[in-house]
Design a protein around this ligand. Structure first.
Ligand SMILES: [Zn+2]
Ligand SMILES: [Zn+2]
Length: 138
């Protein structure tokens, strides 16, 4: 029954069942004082809940962790840009991907057209050779 265990208002008489314990400093806080809706309280939340004081201490390390993450996402963005066009803006990456698809389809069409032309040429030559003797016979 030590008031020192309370991190908020030190009044154990008022709604003393409705409190949450900080996992960091192990001080007790009333839901009402923390403006926590009892409906959102779960065993998972109780297992990880930290008081504002302790939470304020965490972002300092969290920010250090976030900075590399942002750099990683930037690197990812550059890689995507590199796939498309190195000079294009990030907004144009999607267009570049579409361009790549169109270029690939265009190359495929060119190859198919080239093959088709060669095939036709060979076919024409073949018939030309075959038809000539036949014409000579008739
Ligand atoms: Zn309180
Ligand atoms: Zn705490």
């Amino acid at each position: 029954m030590s008031n020192a265990n309370w991190g908020c208002c030190f009044s154990e008489n008022d709604n003393c069942d409705e409190f949450i314990v900080c996992v960091k400093c192990e001080r007790k806080y009333h839901y009402a004082c923390m403006i926590i809706d009892r409906k959102i309280i779960t065993s998972d939340l109780l297992a990880i809940w930290a008081c504002p004081e302790c939470v304020h201490l965490q972002p300092k390390t969290a920010n250090k962790d976030n900075t590399p993450v942002r750099n990683v996402s930037t690197v990812r963005g550059n890689k995507r840009i590199a796939i498309g066009s190195p000079q294009s803006d990030p907004e144009k990456v999607n267009i570049s991907m579409e361009d790549i698809r169109q270029v690939v389809e265009g190359v495929m069409d060119d190859k198919m057209n080239d093959l088709f032309k060669r095939f036709n040429e060979n076919l024409v030559r073949f018939f030309a050779k075959e038809i000539k003797p036949m014409r000579d016979e008739f």
